[in-house]
Write a protein that binds this ligand. Structure first.
Ligand code: 3HC
Length: 313
């Protein structure tokens, strides 16, 4: 079943083997979507428990996908997809044969740089490296690698829930080569996603617009102008958003949003983004401090059982 010859995609080899680092919600989703679309996946994380957790996320999501993709043979569909996924905690082994690495580990510049610096010495010269970072500079992460690899380095930013969201942002650094960019466009299309292109700027396209919007919504509630429920209803029914900003905040996590905003405050010092957009918000900081992070902690702006129309992931 290896040769599904697609002779129209002539470009330089094409990505067949994808290695994903990080078996959390994003990494698991990326691995799943790759496997669903015929890529050979290696999913890697630091512990067996993390890998098992990733496989559980995939199995759960696949049961929803299978119902639509292959309703008369859910088991067969799931088996085929799962057979495209291997797991290992051995990072060197994980990249041995990879054509593309997508990293979706914790949002720490140091940890990401350490990983890529190591992988640079282990992967094939032709292997493309990509990061799924949502808040860090792709260029600064890529600097952990040699010059050759920096030309084969880009951001590849997926959205949560990965199996359901069609968009992928391809982030080009000043070093990213045309060949790398084209290969990434090709593989995102192969994964059934729609790519857009952006320079390496804070938040790229989606988060650059979405984060200030969510922060402004919190400020509105903090001032007492409206309730979270009314703001959500307003944006859902008046602007056609699938989730209002508070459901989205609970979904993304208040800690994540607060972390992105604080990273941008440093960028604001350099004039890359305007200061007022990312001013600290006492209400959000309080909620984060008291563990009201959203869905992941069971409570955010809403109690989890009270949030509806939103998916379990
Ligand atoms: N796995 C597989 N499929 C899934 C899924 C998952 N985890 N979650 C949703 N789906 C698909 C399913 O096909 C589902 O159909 P089904 O009924 O057959 O299961 C379909 O989506 C619709 O799901 P639901 O009916 O359960 O719920 P909704 O219609 O409300 O859609 C949603 C859910 C797609 C999450 C929608 O509410 C939405 O688009 N919300 C906004 C999400 C968003 O903005 N994400 C971006 C966050 S920002 C980000 O990720 C960037 C980061 O860097 C911070």
């Amino acid at each position: 079943s290896a040769s599904g010859s697609s002779s129209t995609t002539g470009a330089a080899g094409g990505v067949k083997r994808l290695t994903v680092f990080g078996a959390g919600l994003m990494g698991a989703g990326i691995a799943q979507v790759g496997a669903q679309n015929g890529l050979k996946i290696v999913l890697s994380d630091v512990t067996d428990q993390a890998l098992q957790n990733g496989l559980n996320i995939i199995t759960k999501s696949l049961s929803r996908v299978a119902k639509k993709a292959q309703p008369d043979d859910i088991e067969g569909f799931t088996k085929t997809v799962m057979s495209n996924i291997e797991t290992t905690t051995d990072a060197a082994k994980a990249v041995e044969e990879a054509d593309l690495v997508v990293e979706a580990i914790i949002e720490s510049l140091k940890v990401k740089r350490d990983l890529f610096g190591f992988l640079d010495t282990k992967a094939k010269d032709s292997c493309i490296f990509a990061t799924n970072t949502s808040s860090l500079s792709v260029t600064e992460i890529a600097e952990a690698c040699g010059n050759e690899r920096q030309a084969r380095f880009a951001g590849l930013h997926f959205f949560n829930p990965v199996p359901a969201m069609k968009l992928v942002e391809i982030i080009r650094t000043p070093q990213t080569s045309d060949e790398t960019y084209n290969a990434l466009r090709e593989v995102t299309l192969k994964m059934g996603k729609a790519p857009v292109t952006c320079k390496d700027t804070p938040g790229f396209i989606v988060n650059r617009l979405l984060v200030p919007y969510m922060l402004e919504a919190i400020r509105m509630v903090e001032r007492g102008d409206a309730t979270p429920e009314d703001v959500d209803q307003a944006m859902e029914l008046g602007a056609g958003y699938p989730m209002g900003p508070f459901k989205l905040l609970d979904f993304v996590g208040l800690d994540t949003t607060s972390y992105i905003a604080s990273g941008w405050r440093e960028k604001a010092e350099q004039g890359v983004i305007s200061k007022e957009l990312v001013e600290p918000i006492p209400m959000m900081e309080e909620m984060v401090k008291s563990g009201r992070l959203g869905r992941k902690s069971g409570k955010g702006f809403y109690e989890v059982s009270g949030v509806h129309g939103a998916t379990e992931t």
